[in-house]
Design a protein around this ligand. Structure first.
Ligand code: 13P
Length: 346
């Protein structure tokens, strides 16, 4: 393991006002999103969509790295240039999702355990040779009646820590993602308690597995009331609850926290990230960045609809959401930017 290299890549991923574009949907998830936008669900259409994303002009102004899926990292543009080369040439860092999904956890009804450790060392070696310099593993934690359980949090945290150690051994920066879902009617307070327990557990396992904190990124959920909770706190309340929770459990050695969007609208995700940076940035030990999939991609996907004729308009939409989140990293995002020509692709 080259420690300096890992530290340098981790810092570049969250440097200045940039963030990550998560475009690592599994075929199943990608097909589901295509289906709801009326787009054909096959390998060639997924390839065409990912080409649209990675070839968006000037994307690297606001995006430091892109997370790919196994199918995508092996694909190329229509002109036969591998996506990895396109990403590197544009000045972004290619990353790869390496878990193989969250499955029902035996003896823990209603809870999930993420799989993918078997054979991971060899897969990481191959991804590194293909040009990936960071990886992602997502654990899924559900809030419900009597859950999350300690057993589920513990098993997922241990898997995350073992994955992270293997990544660093292979020269890849681990993006450690324990996602507490926003599905449900739980309060913001329950989200805060669960997020705190989950992260506490994750960092305890990262310590046991000797993961170098300076060479990793935490991908976290915001502390949010459940989607169907009648009480929905304001943007500032969500921002303050999230920052307070993270300060209690995330060591200062971690260079950055990149949020997932988790089903929030693009505008809300930008507004909440903005409020955290506007209200707290100077006093935080780590960068607060973004690693959104839906909150960056959704408008582009809806405009594209699978048609070549809509590619440029879809790229404009992608560029615009990425620029809004770049502004949010500086604490300078405003709702007015949603229609601002200054953020449009020239
Ligand atoms: P969302 O931003 O759509 O939640 O996706 C982020 C992600 O990568 C989930 O693993």
């Amino acid at each position: 393991m080259n420690e300096q290299e890992l530290i340098s890549v981790a810092r570049r991923l969250v440097a200045e006002d940039k963030g990550l574009l998560a475009m690592d949907e599994s075929n199943g998830t990608c097909n589901k999103r295509f289906a709801s936008a009326g787009i054909p669900q096959d390998r060639q259409t997924r390839r065409a969509y990912r080409e649209l994303l990675v070839t968006t002009p000037h994307l690297s102004e606001s995006i430091s790295g892109t997370i790919l899926y196994d199918e995508t990292i092996r694909q190329s543009t229509k002109a036969c240039i591998p996506f990895v080369q396109v990403i590197i040439k544009a000045g972004m860092i290619p990353g790869i999702k390496v878990d193989i999904g969250a499955k029902d956890m035996a003896a823990y009804p209603g809870e999930k355990i993420t799989e993918g450790l078997d054979g991971l060392r060899d897969r990481l070696k191959e991804y590194f040779q293909m040009g990936a310099r960071f990886a992602k593993w997502r654990a899924v934690i559900t809030i419900g009646n009597g859950i999350p359980s300690l057993g589920c949090m513990d098993a997922n945290a241990q898997a995350l820590a073992r994955y992270a150690a293997l990544c660093q051994e292979a020269g890849l920066v681990p993006v450690v993602e324990p996602e507490v879902l926003m599905t449900g009617d739980h309060s913001l307070e329950r989200s805060r308690e669960s997020t705190k327990s989950v992260l506490h557990n994750v960092f305890s396992h990262l310590y046991s597995q000797r993961v170098m904190l300076e060479g990793m990124i935490l991908k976290a959920n915001m502390v949010l009331p459940g989607l169907t909770c009648p009480k929905q706190e304001s943007v500032d309340e969500v921002a303050d609850a999230t920052v307070k929770c993270l300060l209690q459990v995330v060591p200062a050695a971690v260079p950055g926290i990149a949020f997932l969007s988790g089903g929030q609208s693009g505008e809300l995700a930008s507004a909440r990230l903005n409020a955290m940076n506007a209200r707290s940035k100077p006093s935080l030990p780590w960068a607060l960045a973004f690693s959104f999939a839906r909150a960056i991609q959704q408008p582009a996907l809806e405009i594209w609809k699978g048609s070549e004729a809509n590619v440029v308009a879809a790229q404009h939409a992608l560029y615009h959401r990425a620029k809004c989140n770049q502004a949010a990293r500086r604490g300078e995002y405003t709702a007015a930017m949603e229609n601002a020509p200054a953020l449009a692709l020239a």
